[in-house]
Structure formats: structure tokens, C-alpha cells
Design a binder for this molecule. Sequence first.
Ligand code: NAD
Length: 353
Amino acid sequence: MEAVITLLPGDGIGPDVTASARQVLDAVAKQYGHTLHYKEALIGGAAIDATGEPLPAVTVDACKAADAVLLGAVGGPKWSDPNDKVRPEQGLLKLRSVLGVYANMRPVRIYPELAGASPLRAEILDGVDMLVIRELTGGIYFGAKTRTATSASDLCEYTVGEVERIVRVAARLATERRGRLCSVDKANILETSRLWRDVTNRVMADEFPEIELETLLVDAAAMHLLSRPSDFDVIVTENMFGDILTDEASMLAGSLGMLPSASLGDGSAGLYEPIHGSAPDIAGMGIANPCGAIASVAMMLRHSLGLESEALAVEQAMAAAIAAGARTADIVAEGDTRLSTDDMTARIIACLA
Ligand code: NAD
């Protein structure tokens, strides 16, 4: 099999974790006899520095031409002046939009050996296995923004079509899992959430009557995620709620550095990225946890390249390395050795063989 992958290292720890993920992809490709062609392009602060734009046209072309895109992270203090007209995050939002990747899949998987890295008690984490489906190309992140000297506004807008398609994606995935879907909204306050709830109830009743549907307000969902996380199977929610709830859910897994994501549209091409940001506090130190990025390439192998065995091999290698005690600084317990990004990557690759 041959495939073209566009790499967008981005800023901060982005280049470190994408380099790790590429090494793992190369090792899997070699083991299974596939040929992967890489193209590297600029995004975020690195692109602003080089070209003045957070998403140059040549980057868009490289991403559109690829079978899959692997992104590190964008942003950092250098480009964080709120008065700046051009910001790294604009590049990421525009990329998601131009690629039409409206369905962001964020699995939250718990490694039993990392229970100690979570602030929650081990018995609460027992059996946690959830998949959060975040709507990625609509809502308040994409609505019109205004700013005057004395006020500001962000428009939150959803169409029936946008809600229908994301609910269908989530419901199909629930069918393949434990058959439970939880839709999270704020329908007691927001009109967009009342639309979200009406459309969700209709699509689920008409098309997925076999799926057990639960509806939660986002404030309650934030609490239930910590009090009864193992009850959740698939969660579907709008762009901003999904962004916030998955950072919260990352604490179940022990670190933001553990969680991967896949963003898909109607075709098989997708955008893959760890859910964390550019982590300026540890950038350049060589200690970032590469697991989120490596688990993201497992999702890439599965969802864009159709290579299920290879995806499983990567996930099993990560699990084996962690079970054997491999830990970066963010997931160490007392007495553990703190591995660098490179050493953690090497330990995972060694478990592939
Ligand atoms: P962050 O995710 O970068 O970091 C939050 C905390 O988690 C930090 O203490 C960091 O050291 C730690 N952390 C994150 N990833 C880690 C990893 N792989 N290994 C070990 N520790 C890790 O969030 P932030 O500090 O709020 O944001 C920093 C910058 O990243 C901002 O400019 C923000 O806009 C940007 N950001 C980008 C994305 C993205 O590119 N998708 C997402 C979120 C934030």
C-alpha cells in the first residue's frame, strides 16, 4: 500500500511529537511492507514567522492532496497578543474548515497502570472507555466576531444539517460499541442547543431507535464525567463544549499528553492530532509525552488508510511499553524513571517488533 501523508509540525512541542509519530509510522510501514510518502508544510506561528499567514495556500494544497494529515499543535506566547490581527489558531480553524472535517473523534482510553497519574480514585476509573464526538466546523468558534472599545460578541450558529450529520456519525459509532449515546447541550439557555436537542431526538428516534439516548446539560455533564465516567459510551456535543469536556476527560487518562484525535468529513481523508496544545512551558526540553500523537497515527492507520491490523499493532505497542513501565514526566509515579520524548518513542517502537 502507498499513501501520502502531510506533516504539519506547528509550534512548541508540536515538532517533537510529530517526529515521534512519524518514526512509529515508519516502523509500522516497514514491518508491514507499506510505502509512505511525506510532505512537510507550515502552519500556525511557524507559518506566520515565515510567510505572514497562519495557513499558507501551499499548506492547504498539500493537505488537500494527502490521504491524511498529521498535525502537532499551534500557538505560543510569541503570537499571543490579543490585539494581533493574525493568530496561529486561525490557521488551525481554517484548515479544519477547508478540509471539511466536521467530526472530531476523541477516544478516552485508560491504561490501568496509569491510574495513579490521574487525580481521580482508581475505582472511579475502572471500566472507563468513552468516545467523544465533537462537532468541529460550526458553532461559536466559526461565527462572526465583533469588538468595540466597550463590548465584544461571538455568534454561535448551527444549522439542522450540521447537527444531523454529526449525530449520525456518533450514532453509527455507538452502534459499533456499547449502543449508548449521550448528547450534551445547554438547551435550558441557548437557542442553538434547543435546535441541537430537537434534531438529535428526531434523528435518534427515526434512524437509531435501538441506541439508548441520554441527554445532559453541559454543566451537569462536566460533573458526571468525573463522578461516573465509566457509564459513558459515546458522547456527542457541539464544538466548544467538546473542546472543554475533552480536556477535562484527559485527566481520567492521567495527562493531556495521552489523548489522540481524528477529524473526518464525508470521505476517508482525515486530520489527525493529539488533543493537547503547543505546551510552551515544556517546549524545547525534549520531555513532551508523544503518546497522544502516536495514538493519533493509530487512528490514521485505521480510519484513513484502512489498515486495522497496523492500527492495533501501534495501540498494543503503546500499551505494552506503558505496562513495562515506560513513562514521560507527565505520567510518572514516585520512583519511575522519566523518559525523554525520544526514549519513550524508542520504547514504543521496540514493542512493535
Ligand atoms: P497545552 O495543551 O499546550 O498545555 C497544557 C498543560 O499540559 C501544560 O502544562 C503542558 O505542559 C501540558 N502538556 C500538554 N501536552 C503535553 C504533552 N504532550 N506532554 C506533557 N505535557 C503536556 O495548553 P495551553 O498551555 O493552554 O496552551 C498553549 C498554547 O497551545 C496556546 O497558544 C494555545 O492556544 C495552544 N493550543 C493549541 C491547540 C492545538 O494546536 N490543537 C490546542 C490547545 C491549545
